[in-house]
Write a protein that binds this ligand. Structure first.
Ligand code: AMP
Ligand code: TRP
Length: 331
């Protein structure tokens, strides 16, 4: 059975992009893979996190994943900082990876913007830690949204350079699993920007804890244009907001964008948005309710994460110890 690894930052409330681009696929992969899912708190602190909020967000994130259908008995769910093997392998990878490779990472450029000098060194080496997350377990399949494609390619470059440098076939190549639909969910306020936890406007995203009224209000206020919906998907090319909403409708209903247009072509956004909000609520509201229930028992959540970390450590320890031996560290 192939091993899956994926991570999500506990840096805010996960949103519809996280759900459709990643979490939903994690749930499905559990059927025929050995899965390790990680709340990447070490990645989160590459930008400032208030400590109390980080703790709260990590617990909430765990609750949402369980509510969405992650099974912590058969698979592994834990927070990254609880397994020290990640940091040890990340340091080795900091020394394998090249500055030239990191300089090409578009996510760093997007996050750092013009003010590059004033960002943390952690943000810069973030992709090396991500490579370490995956390879600490020699995982071969990594379900992520489209924005992580470049980081997975970098992880493969690091794995290959490690193998070459030390003359071994130690780390495997990794395959990104990117969903065919909704791999890049866009902001509800601007169809050219991806939906993001860090967008200052909560109106730009549907959060996985939103109730039906909030979802409906956010979708009704979502930016659109004044044209009716087209009959063919080509008609959406120059209409990023319309394309995003049609893509959401298709993804949440498990149909194609063309099938959505077959039903709604020629109609305005009013009825379409009501139907979209309804479909989103049917999926999200039960997850939001279950999340609230799980958050009432924090001891249970802490216990799940603690057990997950123990199981993760048991897999990671021999692999990372072996990598350290290959490097020449006395053991
Ligand atoms: P993050 O919130 O950055 O930790 O992302 C967690 C997972 O959600 C990763 O697999 C991302 O690729 C995915 N993801 C984040 N934002 C979006 C988005 N707007 N659309 C689709 N997938 C996303
Ligand atoms: N960088 C990913 C993101 O922001 C989160 C992440 C960290 C991750 N480590 C990972 C995803 C390992 C997949 C595998 O979306």
């Amino acid at each position: 059975m192939q091993r899956v690894f994926s991570g999500i930052q506990p840096s805010g409330i996960p949103h519809l992009g996280n759900y459709l681009g990643a979490i939903r696929n994690w749930v499905t992969l559990q059927q025929d893979h050995e899965c390790i899912f990680c709340l990447v708190d070490m990645h989160a602190i590459t930008v400032w996190q208030d400590p109390a909020e980080l703790r709260e967000n990590t617990l909430r994130q765990a609750a949402i994943l369980l509510a969405a259908g992650i099974n912590p008995e058969q698979h592994v769910l834990f927070n990254q900082s609880a397994v020290t093997a990640h940091a040890r392998l990340a340091w080795i990878f900091n020394c394998v990876s090249r500055l030239g490779w990191l300089n090409r990472m578009t996510q760093f450029k997007d996050k750092a913007g013009k003010n590059r000098e004033n960002h943390s060194a952690g943000l810069y080496v973030y992709p090396n830690l991500m490579a370490a997350d995956i390879l600490t377990y020699k995982a071969t399949r990594v379900p992520v949204g489209d924005d992580q494609r470049q980081h997975i390619e970098l992880a493969n470059d690091i794995a290959q350079k490690f193998n070459n440098d030390y003359g071994v076939e130690f780390f495997p190549q990794i395959e990104a699993i990117i969903p065919p639909a909704a791999a890049r969910v866009m902001s509800l306020r601007d169809g050219t920007k991806k939906m993001s936890k860090s967008d200052p406007s909560a109106q730009s995203r549907i959060e996985m804890t939103d109730d039906a009224d909030t979802i409906s209000q956010k979708i009704r206020r979502a930016k659109t244009d004044s044209e009716p919906l087209p009959s063919e998907t080509e008609g959406l090319t120059e209409r990023p907001e319309a394309r995003n909403l049609v893509g959401l409708y298709a993804a949440i209903s498990n149909i194609t964008a063309q099938e959505v247009l077959n039903e709604y072509n020629g109609s305005g956004f009013g009825a379409f948005k009501d139907a979209l909000a309804e479909r989103l609520s049917v999926t999200i509201s039960p997850i939001a309710d279950e999340t609230r229930r799980l958050l009432d028992n924090q001891d249970h959540l802490l216990n799940v994460l603690r057990k997950g970390a123990e199981r993760a450590s048991a897999i990671a320890e021999p692999i990372v110890s072996e990598a350290e031996k290959l490097v020449g560290f006395l053991k």
